[in-house]
Design a protein. Sequence first.
Length: 565
Amino acid sequence: MRSKLFIATLIGTLTLSGCAGIPTSSQVHYGEEISEDTSTQFVRVIARPPIADMSPEEIVRGFLDACADPSGNYGIARKYLASESADTWNPATGIEIYEASTIKVAGDSANLTVGADKIGEISDLGRYKSGEPGAQISKSFEFAQNSGGQWRISKLSDGILLSSGDVDRSFRSFPIYFFNTDLTSLVTDSLLVPVSNSGAATSLVRSLLDGPSPYLSPVATSAFPVGTKLTYGSVPVLNRVAQVDLTSEILGADEETRRALSAQLVWTLSALANVSAVQISVSGQPFIVANVAAIQTTQDWQSLSPLRNADLVNLNVIRNEKIFTVNNNVEKLKYTALAPLAFASPNFDGTRLATVSADHKSLQLNDSKASKFKLLAQGDDISKPSWDREGSVYFADFGQGVREVRSDGTVQVVAVDATTLGTSDQVRQVAVSSDGVRVAVVMSDGTQDVIAVGAIFKSANETRIIGLHRIEQSIASVRDITWSSPTSVAALGSDDSKSDLLFEVSLLDGKSKLSSTPIGSQQVCVDGTGNLYISAVDGSHQFVYQQSFGSWTQMTSGVGGFFSN
């Protein structure tokens, strides 16, 4: 049912209007839609129907171009199909994205195969998934001549193919928010929706009602009671207020659930440029939440903010066995370890600090109430540690797998479901997101590194990393990663050209923003306002740099930066 809703929204929100004077060529033309919110103007795809005496190759290429125009349930695209195929073809099963410059059409008149480099795919739920490096798309098309002697596609597979350019023109990406299973922390998911203000608001709410992505569904939940729907099928936006009217299932929700579903709606819809507040109702009647106004904003749910803590702006750096806090060029010694350190990571409230020795063989803990570091675990090649919200520390011991040190001090192996990417002992680094549920990992087979994102599933006796999926194609080697925002991962590494770069990879659509890096870059971190920092080693010199307007400014000496308030 979700796929039907998604494709119906896509069709409805991109419906063409006022299309007079249509030219007769078979090319695709683009025109700009002038919407009420001029910040979200976009280029619209206007497909052309087939013309007389087109060859099978021209027919299949015209069909692919027309798939970028979903108006009228892909009415133009269906004109390239034989009558029976036009009735049975289902475009709603998902979208495969290809690189337009690589497309090739081969075969004879009755049977053609379309091949191209695969960039990724959009599921019927509107979720983006990156393709594997070298992945190919191969689709077969059979042809027959109709009663008028014109070639038409008589057999094809369901779903549609879109070039990356068509996807950029036709879709926008947004974060959507669910909860951890305790309803204590918002968990970020992502969605690609057709570019339209009203359509985007409707798509986002429908996706909330349908639940999180498959990889998150075991560890994240929606606060909406089962069966909840939009009363009128859409979410209008009036004077920047999204009007969400829901069916009566939510009337039986307790106060905790009412607050949680309100927070989900407000944080999700506030990502839209034309929405600054949300008004919730039930079949036309106000939806009451204790101590919250009828028109809600993100300020009402600031305590559940999925964004970074903006107070984390004080830089901390490692210099041998000492850790200094640097604030407005004033330095203060904060910790002294037993031996030189390579990494240091604080827990969520800053009361505990996990460190790794310079030889990467021991993990130690310092509690703010204690004056000494306590040995937590030992290994052969321990990565930078990372904390979840329950006080557990995670680290990879390359070649040995992933370990968790629980808050009671017990150490256990973390099972990693990585069968599609490699094996658990190939994990080189683990980075837990600020929601404490999602996790980014670096995996290496010795020649190629992969960055993947999954989720942490915990029970009383077991912890697993599940749902791992690759988030990009181009990175060949990785030195360090960090969550730069709830929807992006920053990575220090290089591509096939061996160039040292900073990659900021969006989980929303798989695109990477690239930056050059200081010489000898080793670690990357981010402060509470989203500023990126890199620590670099150049000979005997160790410096921490801040990114500013595309360049790097040297801040202080040291390595392994992290932030505190």
